[in-house]
Design a protein around this ligand. Structure first.
Ligand SMILES: *[C@@H]1O[C@H](CO)[C@@H](O)[C@H](O)[C@H]1NC(C)=O
Ligand SMILES: *[C@@H]1O[C@H](CO)[C@@H](O)[C@H](O)[C@H]1NC(C)=O
Ligand SMILES: [Cu+2]
Length: 241
């Protein structure tokens, strides 16, 4: 009998992650403030599910009546933790490797909008650096769970959902094996130049289960990695390195 092997395997599978709080305008808001956080940290794995937009069953999410003011052109920080009560040294199991992204969607009422459907555009992505073998998720873990996101300065003012996402690829060699983690923050953008109307995409819809960035064996990782989801280049990525 060697039960130790089984016991060792459990923490890796269970050590998921949640976008628990947002920092903006020099202020770090409380955990769950203006974010539809789930009480359970599990992933979404069906990229056709409506729950891919702002999370949801089997992870029960709680609505928030709050909205955070954000200045267009400023940096905000999505802060990731293993659970709602974890500290900065417990972001996600380091075996969870994959891309980190952020999307926005203009909405009429950020506290009520489900996020399901069109209108989404990607504003930040960090995939895999084949020279250093460092993934976007490694950078967030090594940065105390902080994902820095530049809110484009060229947006229209108004309410938006800000959807931060991390994808773990350790099980992605089979279809629907990738683990997608996402939450939506409710923000109110001011000071925008309003010049850009970026091309937008639907969530669900922007990913396919067979995308090369979602159906992939990363052990070993060979060559370059293709981040899933179209990126609107004109809005400027924020390279974390
Ligand atoms: C946003 O963060 C990046 C990198 O952390 C930095 O280079 C940039 O100057 C910041 N932008 C603002 C407006 O603070
Ligand atoms: C968004 O910000 C504008 C400008 O400060 C303000 O007039 C408006 O009431 C805010 N909306 C929400 C929902 O907070
Ligand atoms: Cu996990």
């Amino acid at each position: 009998m060697r039960p130790a092997l089984l016991i060792c395997a459990v923490p890796l599978a269970a050590a998921h992650t949640i976008f628990v709080q947002l920092a903006a305008g020099g202020k770090t808001y409380d955990v769950q403030y203006a974010i539809r956080d789930p009480s359970y940290d599990g992933p979404q794995t069906d990229v056709t599910s409506n729950n891919l937009a702002c999370n949801g069953p089997p992870n029960p999410t709680q609505p928030s009546a709050k909205i955070i003011d954000v200045t267009a052109g400023s940096n905000v920080t999505a802060i990731w933790r293993h659970t709602l009560t974890s500290g900065a040294n417990d972001v996600m199991d380091a075996g969870h490797k994959g891309p980190v992204m952020a999307y926005m969607r203009k909405v009429t009422d950020a506290t009520k909008d489900t996020g399901v459907g069109g209108g989404w555009f990607k504003i930040m992505e960090q995939g895999y650096n084949s020279k250093t073998s460092i993934w976007g998720t490694d950078m967030v873990i090594n940065n105390a769970g902080k994902q820095v996101i530049t809110i484009p300065d060229c947006l229209e003012d108004g309410q938006y959902l800000l959807r931060a996402e991390m994808i773990a690829l350790h099980g992605a060699r089979s279809v629907n094996g990738a683990q997608l983690y996402m939450e939506c923050a409710q923000i109110n953008v001011t000071g925008g130049k309003g010049a850009q109307n970026p091309a937008t995409y639907s969530i669900p819809g922007i990913y396919k289960s067979t995308d090369p960035g979602l159906l992939i064996n990363i052990y070993p990782m060979k060559g370059e990695y293709t981040i899933p989801g179209t990126f609107v280049q004109s809005l400027q990525a924020l390279p974390m390195d």
